[in-house]
Write a protein that binds this ligand. Structure first.
Ligand code: A2P
Length: 318
Protein backbone atom coordinates (compact mmCIF):
# COMPACT_ATOMS: atom_id res chain seq x y z
CA UNK A 1 0.00 0.00 0.00
CA UNK A 2 1.46 3.34 -1.01
CA UNK A 3 1.50 6.16 1.51
CA UNK A 4 1.41 9.88 0.94
CA UNK A 5 3.17 13.09 1.88
CA UNK A 6 0.83 16.03 2.39
CA UNK A 7 2.37 19.08 0.75
CA UNK A 8 2.00 22.67 1.98
CA UNK A 9 -0.67 23.09 -0.72
CA UNK A 10 -2.78 20.40 0.96
CA UNK A 11 -2.20 17.98 -1.95
CA UNK A 12 -1.20 14.37 -1.34
CA UNK A 13 1.88 13.04 -3.09
CA UNK A 14 2.65 9.29 -3.09
CA UNK A 15 5.85 8.78 -1.09
CA UNK A 16 7.39 6.51 -3.72
CA UNK A 17 7.58 7.86 -7.24
CA UNK A 18 9.18 6.44 -10.34
CA UNK A 19 12.13 8.41 -11.70
CA UNK A 20 12.20 8.41 -15.51
CA UNK A 21 15.61 9.93 -16.27
CA UNK A 22 18.08 7.60 -17.98
CA UNK A 23 21.19 7.49 -20.13
CA UNK A 24 18.89 6.75 -23.07
CA UNK A 25 20.43 3.33 -23.74
CA UNK A 26 17.07 1.54 -23.58
CA UNK A 27 14.91 2.04 -26.71
CA UNK A 28 11.89 4.33 -26.32
CA UNK A 29 9.31 1.57 -26.75
CA UNK A 30 10.94 -0.43 -23.92
CA UNK A 31 10.90 2.65 -21.69
CA UNK A 32 7.23 3.27 -22.48
CA UNK A 33 6.44 -0.39 -21.75
CA UNK A 34 8.24 0.01 -18.41
CA UNK A 35 5.94 2.91 -17.49
CA UNK A 36 2.89 0.80 -18.37
CA UNK A 37 4.30 -1.96 -16.16
CA UNK A 38 4.83 0.58 -13.38
CA UNK A 39 1.19 1.69 -13.57
CA UNK A 40 0.15 -1.96 -13.49
CA UNK A 41 2.20 -2.72 -10.35
CA UNK A 42 0.82 0.33 -8.55
CA UNK A 43 2.99 3.40 -9.24
CA UNK A 44 0.94 6.58 -9.28
CA UNK A 45 3.73 9.16 -8.88
CA UNK A 46 5.97 9.82 -11.89
CA UNK A 47 8.91 12.17 -12.07
CA UNK A 48 10.08 13.58 -15.39
CA UNK A 49 11.82 16.66 -16.80
CA UNK A 50 12.27 18.28 -20.17
CA UNK A 51 15.95 17.35 -20.13
CA UNK A 52 15.25 13.64 -19.54
CA UNK A 53 13.43 13.24 -22.87
CA UNK A 54 10.95 11.08 -21.02
CA UNK A 55 7.88 13.31 -21.12
CA UNK A 56 6.72 11.88 -24.48
CA UNK A 57 6.72 8.17 -23.68
CA UNK A 58 5.54 8.81 -20.11
CA UNK A 59 2.57 10.81 -21.44
CA UNK A 60 1.71 8.09 -23.96
CA UNK A 61 1.81 5.34 -21.35
CA UNK A 62 -0.31 7.33 -18.89
CA UNK A 63 -2.82 8.21 -21.60
CA UNK A 64 -3.17 4.55 -22.58
CA UNK A 65 -3.69 3.57 -18.95
CA UNK A 66 -6.38 6.24 -18.56
CA UNK A 67 -8.08 5.25 -21.83
CA UNK A 68 -8.08 1.62 -20.72
CA UNK A 69 -10.02 2.78 -17.65
CA UNK A 70 -7.30 1.54 -15.26
CA UNK A 71 -6.77 4.97 -13.70
CA UNK A 72 -8.07 8.51 -13.81
CA UNK A 73 -5.97 11.65 -14.15
CA UNK A 74 -6.57 12.56 -10.51
CA UNK A 75 -5.05 9.24 -9.44
CA UNK A 76 -1.68 10.30 -10.85
CA UNK A 77 0.87 12.69 -9.41
CA UNK A 78 3.08 13.96 -12.25
CA UNK A 79 6.13 16.16 -11.72
CA UNK A 80 8.18 17.85 -14.42
CA UNK A 81 11.00 20.37 -14.32
CA UNK A 82 11.94 23.67 -15.90
CA UNK A 83 15.25 23.19 -17.68
CA UNK A 84 17.99 25.75 -16.97
CA UNK A 85 17.90 27.31 -20.45
CA UNK A 86 14.20 28.15 -19.87
CA UNK A 87 14.77 29.48 -16.34
CA UNK A 88 13.98 33.16 -16.97
CA UNK A 89 10.68 35.02 -16.54
CA UNK A 90 9.49 34.80 -20.17
CA UNK A 91 10.83 31.28 -20.60
CA UNK A 92 8.63 29.65 -17.99
CA UNK A 93 5.18 29.58 -19.61
CA UNK A 94 6.33 28.33 -23.04
CA UNK A 95 8.47 25.65 -21.40
CA UNK A 96 5.58 24.50 -19.23
CA UNK A 97 3.19 24.43 -22.20
CA UNK A 98 5.72 22.32 -24.13
CA UNK A 99 6.01 19.89 -21.22
CA UNK A 100 2.22 19.65 -20.91
CA UNK A 101 1.92 19.04 -24.63
CA UNK A 102 4.60 16.31 -24.58
CA UNK A 103 2.89 14.71 -21.59
CA UNK A 104 -0.59 15.11 -23.18
CA UNK A 105 -1.84 16.58 -19.90
CA UNK A 106 -3.68 19.79 -19.15
CA UNK A 107 -2.06 20.31 -15.76
CA UNK A 108 0.98 19.14 -13.79
CA UNK A 109 0.81 18.22 -10.14
CA UNK A 110 4.23 19.75 -9.52
CA UNK A 111 6.66 21.85 -11.57
CA UNK A 112 10.18 22.40 -10.28
CA UNK A 113 13.05 24.73 -11.13
CA UNK A 114 15.51 21.98 -12.10
CA UNK A 115 18.73 23.63 -10.86
CA UNK A 116 19.49 26.99 -9.20
CA UNK A 117 21.20 28.18 -12.37
CA UNK A 118 20.28 29.60 -15.73
CA UNK A 119 22.03 28.37 -18.88
CA UNK A 120 22.28 29.77 -22.39
CA UNK A 121 19.77 28.56 -24.98
CA UNK A 122 20.62 25.08 -26.19
CA UNK A 123 22.77 24.11 -23.21
CA UNK A 124 22.09 20.59 -22.01
CA UNK A 125 23.50 18.40 -19.23
CA UNK A 126 27.25 18.86 -18.69
CA UNK A 127 27.19 22.52 -19.73
CA UNK A 128 30.38 24.43 -20.35
CA UNK A 129 31.35 27.13 -17.82
CA UNK A 130 30.69 29.92 -20.37
CA UNK A 131 27.08 28.75 -20.75
CA UNK A 132 26.18 29.87 -17.24
CA UNK A 133 23.96 32.98 -16.84
CA UNK A 134 22.90 34.55 -13.53
CA UNK A 135 19.48 33.23 -12.46
CA UNK A 136 16.75 35.82 -11.86
CA UNK A 137 15.19 33.72 -9.12
CA UNK A 138 12.50 36.23 -8.13
CA UNK A 139 11.36 36.91 -11.70
CA UNK A 140 11.39 33.21 -12.59
CA UNK A 141 9.45 32.34 -9.43
CA UNK A 142 6.83 35.01 -10.18
CA UNK A 143 6.31 33.40 -13.60
CA UNK A 144 5.86 30.00 -11.91
CA UNK A 145 3.36 31.52 -9.47
CA UNK A 146 1.39 32.85 -12.45
CA UNK A 147 1.22 29.29 -13.83
CA UNK A 148 -0.36 28.12 -10.57
CA UNK A 149 -2.90 30.95 -10.78
CA UNK A 150 -3.73 29.88 -14.36
CA UNK A 151 -4.39 26.32 -13.19
CA UNK A 152 -1.58 24.85 -15.31
CA UNK A 153 0.25 23.46 -12.26
CA UNK A 154 -1.10 22.49 -8.85
CA UNK A 155 2.16 23.08 -6.98
CA UNK A 156 5.57 24.60 -7.67
CA UNK A 157 8.94 23.89 -6.13
CA UNK A 158 12.65 23.65 -6.68
CA UNK A 159 15.35 21.07 -7.12
CA UNK A 160 18.97 21.05 -5.98
CA UNK A 161 18.53 24.13 -3.78
CA UNK A 162 20.73 24.59 -0.70
CA UNK A 163 19.25 25.80 2.62
CA UNK A 164 20.56 29.25 1.84
CA UNK A 165 18.82 29.35 -1.53
CA UNK A 166 15.56 28.02 -0.04
CA UNK A 167 15.61 30.81 2.57
CA UNK A 168 16.31 33.40 -0.13
CA UNK A 169 13.31 32.13 -2.12
CA UNK A 170 11.03 32.06 0.94
CA UNK A 171 11.84 35.71 1.53
CA UNK A 172 9.87 36.88 -1.49
CA UNK A 173 7.68 33.89 -2.49
CA UNK A 174 3.94 34.61 -2.51
CA UNK A 175 3.41 30.89 -3.08
CA UNK A 176 6.09 29.08 -1.07
CA UNK A 177 7.87 26.13 -2.71
CA UNK A 178 6.06 22.88 -1.93
CA UNK A 179 9.06 20.63 -2.58
CA UNK A 180 12.85 20.70 -2.78
CA UNK A 181 13.99 17.67 -4.76
CA UNK A 182 17.64 16.85 -4.09
CA UNK A 183 20.14 14.02 -4.35
CA UNK A 184 19.75 12.18 -1.05
CA UNK A 185 20.85 8.73 0.08
CA UNK A 186 22.99 7.26 2.87
CA UNK A 187 26.16 8.70 1.30
CA UNK A 188 24.70 12.20 1.03
CA UNK A 189 22.30 12.48 3.93
CA UNK A 190 21.38 16.18 3.52
CA UNK A 191 21.09 16.66 7.28
CA UNK A 192 21.16 20.47 7.34
CA UNK A 193 18.85 20.81 4.35
CA UNK A 194 16.29 18.44 5.87
CA UNK A 195 16.24 20.52 9.06
CA UNK A 196 15.82 23.77 7.11
CA UNK A 197 13.07 22.38 4.92
CA UNK A 198 11.22 20.84 7.85
CA UNK A 199 11.12 24.18 9.66
CA UNK A 200 10.02 25.93 6.47
CA UNK A 201 7.33 23.33 5.67
CA UNK A 202 8.98 22.43 2.35
CA UNK A 203 8.82 18.72 1.59
CA UNK A 204 12.14 17.06 0.66
CA UNK A 205 12.07 14.55 -2.15
CA UNK A 206 15.09 12.32 -2.79
CA UNK A 207 16.36 11.82 -6.33
CA UNK A 208 18.79 8.96 -6.92
CA UNK A 209 17.80 7.59 -3.51
CA UNK A 210 19.75 4.40 -4.31
CA UNK A 211 22.91 6.40 -5.07
CA UNK A 212 22.71 5.94 -8.86
CA UNK A 213 24.66 2.66 -8.83
CA UNK A 214 25.40 2.60 -12.55
CA UNK A 215 26.09 6.28 -13.28
CA UNK A 216 29.68 7.53 -13.50
CA UNK A 217 28.91 10.22 -10.92
CA UNK A 218 27.02 7.76 -8.70
CA UNK A 219 28.15 4.74 -6.77
CA UNK A 220 27.31 1.05 -6.45
CA UNK A 221 28.92 1.36 -3.03
CA UNK A 222 25.64 2.17 -1.28
CA UNK A 223 23.72 -0.97 -2.22
CA UNK A 224 26.91 -2.99 -1.56
CA UNK A 225 27.70 -1.30 1.74
CA UNK A 226 28.18 -3.95 4.49
CA UNK A 227 26.16 -1.86 6.99
CA UNK A 228 23.22 -1.69 4.56
CA UNK A 229 23.55 -5.37 3.69
CA UNK A 230 23.57 -6.36 7.37
CA UNK A 231 20.47 -4.31 8.13
CA UNK A 232 18.77 -5.78 5.06
CA UNK A 233 19.49 -9.29 6.18
CA UNK A 234 18.24 -8.56 9.74
CA UNK A 235 14.92 -7.29 8.36
CA UNK A 236 14.62 -9.88 5.58
CA UNK A 237 14.65 -7.06 3.02
CA UNK A 238 16.71 -6.18 -0.06
CA UNK A 239 19.47 -3.52 0.33
CA UNK A 240 17.50 -1.19 -1.98
CA UNK A 241 14.47 -1.46 0.32
CA UNK A 242 16.61 -0.52 3.35
CA UNK A 243 18.04 2.49 1.55
CA UNK A 244 14.56 3.66 0.46
CA UNK A 245 13.13 3.05 3.94
CA UNK A 246 15.99 5.17 5.33
CA UNK A 247 14.82 8.08 3.13
CA UNK A 248 11.16 7.59 4.11
CA UNK A 249 11.99 7.30 7.82
CA UNK A 250 13.73 10.65 7.47
CA UNK A 251 10.55 12.28 6.17
CA UNK A 252 11.46 12.36 2.49
CA UNK A 253 9.67 10.91 -0.50
CA UNK A 254 11.86 8.77 -2.76
CA UNK A 255 12.04 8.59 -6.54
CA UNK A 256 14.06 5.51 -7.49
CA UNK A 257 14.58 4.88 -11.19
CA UNK A 258 14.07 1.44 -12.64
CA UNK A 259 12.98 0.06 -15.99
CA UNK A 260 12.83 -3.45 -14.56
CA UNK A 261 9.44 -4.71 -13.32
CA UNK A 262 10.85 -6.90 -10.54
CA UNK A 263 12.92 -4.03 -9.12
CA UNK A 264 9.98 -1.62 -9.52
CA UNK A 265 7.88 -3.93 -7.38
CA UNK A 266 10.69 -4.23 -4.83
CA UNK A 267 11.07 -0.44 -4.64
CA UNK A 268 7.35 0.10 -4.05
CA UNK A 269 7.20 -2.56 -1.35
CA UNK A 270 8.73 -0.45 1.43
CA UNK A 271 5.76 0.20 3.71
CA UNK A 272 4.55 -1.37 6.95
CA UNK A 273 7.95 -1.50 8.65
CA UNK A 274 10.69 0.85 9.88
CA UNK A 275 14.40 0.82 10.52
CA UNK A 276 15.30 0.67 14.21
CA UNK A 277 17.08 3.52 16.03
CA UNK A 278 20.17 1.36 15.98
CA UNK A 279 19.91 0.89 12.20
CA UNK A 280 19.66 4.67 11.84
CA UNK A 281 22.67 5.17 14.06
CA UNK A 282 24.73 2.79 11.95
CA UNK A 283 23.66 4.44 8.71
CA UNK A 284 24.51 7.88 10.19
CA UNK A 285 28.09 6.67 10.50
CA UNK A 286 28.49 5.96 6.77
CA UNK A 287 31.18 8.17 5.29
CA UNK A 288 29.63 11.00 3.32
CA UNK A 289 29.90 11.62 -0.40
CA UNK A 290 33.40 10.44 -1.25
CA UNK A 291 33.46 8.32 -4.34
CA UNK A 292 35.87 5.45 -4.89
CA UNK A 293 38.26 7.71 -6.80
CA UNK A 294 38.02 10.51 -4.23
CA UNK A 295 35.65 12.62 -6.34
CA UNK A 296 32.17 13.41 -5.14
CA UNK A 297 28.79 11.92 -5.81
CA UNK A 298 26.81 14.58 -7.58
CA UNK A 299 25.17 15.31 -10.84
CA UNK A 300 27.49 16.57 -13.58
CA UNK A 301 25.34 19.66 -14.14
CA UNK A 302 27.14 21.37 -11.27
CA UNK A 303 30.04 21.97 -13.68
CA UNK A 304 29.39 25.69 -14.27
CA UNK A 305 29.92 26.42 -10.60
CA UNK A 306 33.49 26.70 -9.44
CA UNK A 307 32.95 23.79 -7.10
CA UNK A 308 30.21 21.78 -5.49
CA UNK A 309 30.80 23.67 -2.28
CA UNK A 310 30.02 26.80 -4.25
CA UNK A 311 26.81 25.38 -5.76
CA UNK A 312 25.71 24.13 -2.35
CA UNK A 313 26.74 27.30 -0.46
CA UNK A 314 29.13 25.33 1.72
CA UNK A 315 26.53 22.71 2.66
CA UNK A 316 27.70 20.01 0.25
CA UNK A 317 27.74 16.60 1.88
CA UNK A 318 26.40 17.67 5.26
P1 A2P B 1 17.33 -0.99 -13.41
O1 A2P B 1 16.63 0.01 -14.27
O2 A2P B 1 18.01 -2.06 -14.21
O3 A2P B 1 16.46 -1.54 -12.30
P2 A2P B 1 18.86 5.80 -8.63
O4 A2P B 1 17.36 5.82 -8.60
O5 A2P B 1 19.50 5.91 -7.30
O6 A2P B 1 19.42 6.80 -9.61
O7 A2P B 1 19.29 4.37 -9.17
C1 A2P B 1 18.83 3.89 -10.43
C2 A2P B 1 19.59 2.65 -10.80
O8 A2P B 1 19.40 1.64 -9.79
C3 A2P B 1 19.20 2.03 -12.09
O9 A2P B 1 20.40 1.66 -12.75
C4 A2P B 1 18.39 0.78 -11.71
O10 A2P B 1 18.58 -0.22 -12.67
C5 A2P B 1 18.98 0.41 -10.37
N1 A2P B 1 17.97 -0.14 -9.46
C6 A2P B 1 16.71 0.28 -9.30
N2 A2P B 1 16.08 -0.44 -8.36
C7 A2P B 1 16.97 -1.32 -7.87
C8 A2P B 1 16.91 -2.33 -6.88
N3 A2P B 1 15.79 -2.56 -6.20
N4 A2P B 1 18.04 -3.06 -6.65
C9 A2P B 1 19.17 -2.83 -7.36
N5 A2P B 1 19.29 -1.88 -8.32
C10 A2P B 1 18.20 -1.14 -8.58
Amino acid sequence: MAEYAVLNTGASMPLVGLGTGSDGALPLDRRKAAISAAVEVGYRHFDTAKIYNSEGFLGEALKEAMEAGLVKREDFFVTSKLWCSDAYPDGVLPALLNSLSALQLDYLDLYLIHWPIRLKEGAIQNPKPDELIALDLQGTWRALEACVKQGLVRAIGVSNFSSKKIMELLDFAEIPPAVNQVEMHPKWQQRLLRETCKKANVHVSAWSPLGAPLMYWGSPEILNNPIIKDIASNHGKAPAQVVLRWGLDNGASVIPKSFNKKRMVENLDVFGWHLTDEDHQHISGIEQKKNIDGSFICSPVSGPYKSLEDLWDGEFGL
